[in-house]
Design a protein around this ligand. Structure first.
Ligand code: NAD
Length: 358
């Protein structure tokens, strides 16, 4: 059956990197039997300029009708002074909540060819391939009550509420176990169960879900230790599953192990595996329009889309092999360039990967 992809390039380098990802999809459609339709719509500042809203109703409708959304990035200096609810970044939050994308998957992969790009020693990170599954719609970021109040002594106090209902933990844990089955069959659940009741319940539910996944090994780690282990011995991890706030912090830490923001894809999934796929980087206004952004994060996001939503794991591997091949050939965009390599632009990198798909 033909699947629908909504392409939302967004702002800045979002346009440039999604154009290369679309090139890859078109080649897969033409030569490798991928059955998809692609429709584009504006989002972020680009949408605001035309519709006076960062997420116009027509864009939201397209995203809702699609099986998968490919998003570039949003934001830019031009829109920084708009009221908060009209800023480009608001569109992202609205898309996540409208599409009920509760599970955020962020792989941190370090291609051996790029080991010198990391700030950690090559032997610690070369070949790193871990996946963080972060709960995205609950926890202290959304818990009520929240706010600021004035105490009896006149001092002001800010407060938020960390909470997780069982069904919220259960559904994200399932995503993690299913993902682990497609990888090295290990899940590490990260919490702070020694101090927080919300974490205690989190751990209980994860253990319960694990009973349905006897072939996957489950371990638990406190978040402070996990932060330490990620820089000490990151290759011990396969899949990490954790709540929204811990995942926010740990996934940024993990992405930096690889040293290059231009290489890392992400997926946000709903209960039916419908997903929004995007690079982890932003719209990089400092380099926009210069044909020097690295399109690999977005192209690898397409590989995730093929694996998690479109049910085409072989095509996903085809893309990943093509990326590895161009790195072997020594092609590098400026962000991952080291001496002796061949520096190429966004389009040239996209072309080389598209050609390397065979
Ligand atoms: P950024 O990720 O856009 O850029 C950070 C640095 O990394 C910049 O020096 C940039 O040139 C570089 N960089 C980013 N992507 C690159 C790529 N593919 N190739 C080469 N270099 C790359 O973060 P920022 O500068 O903090 O934010 C810029 C804008 O993007 C802001 O408006 C911010 O709100 C927005 N933003 C959007 C998203 C998103 O759409 N998901 C995420 C983060 C930031």
């Amino acid at each position: 059956m033909t699947k629908k992809i909504a392409v939302l390039p967004g702002d800045g380098i979002g346009h440039e990197v999604t154009a290369e990802a679309v090139k890859v999809l078109e080649r897969l459609r033409r030569d490798f039997g991928l059955k998809v339709t692609m429709d584009s719509a504006p989002v972020g500042g680009t949408a605001y300029d035309v519709y006076h809203h960062p997420l116009p109703a027509s864009t939201l409708a397209l995203a809702k009708q699609a099986d998968a959304v490919l998003l570039g990035a949003v934001g830019g200096y031009k829109w920084d002074t708009l009221p908060r609810e009209l800023r480009p970044e608001k569109a992202l939050l609205a898309l996540r909540s409208e599409l009920q994308l509760f599970a955020n998957l962020r792989p941190a992969i370090l291609y051996p060819q790029l080991a010198s790009a990391s700030t950690l020693r090559a032997d610690i990170v070369a070949g790193l391939d871990l996946l963080i599954v972060r709960e995205l719609t609950g926890d202290i970021y959304f818990g009520e009550p929240r706010g600021t109040r004035t105490l009896a002594n006149g001092e002001r106090e800010g407060f938020n509420t960390m909470k997780y209902a069982e069904h919220e933990v259960e559904r994200v844990a399932r995503v993690a176990f299913i993902a682990a089955r497609k990888r090295n069959k290990k899940v590490c659940s990260v919490d702070k169960a020694n101090v927080l009741e919300a974490s205690g319940l989190w751990r209980e539910v994860v253990i319960r879900v694990a009973e349905d996944f006897q072939d996957v090994e489950l371990s638990h780690m406190y978040v402070d230790n996990a932060a330490m282990q990620l820089v000490k011995a990151p290759k011990q991890f396969d899949v990490i599953v954790t709540g929204n706030i811990f995942g926010d912090i740990l996934s940024d830490e993990a992405s930096m192990l690889t040293g290059s923001i231009g290489m890392l894809p992400s997926a946000s999934l709903d209960a039916q595996n419908k997903g929004m796929y995007e690079p982890i980087h932003g719209s990089a206004p400092d380099i926009a329009g210069k044909n020097c952004a690295n399109p690999i994060a977005t192209i690898l996001s397409v590989a995730m889309m093929l694996r998690y939503t479109l049910g085409e794991p072989m095509l996903a591997e085809r893309i990943e092999r093509a990326v590895s091949k161009v790195l072997d050939q020594g092609l590098r965009t400026a962000d991952i360039y080291t001496e002796g390599m061949t520096k190429v632009g966004t389009k040239e990198m996209g072309d080389a990967i598209t050609q390397g798909l065979m």
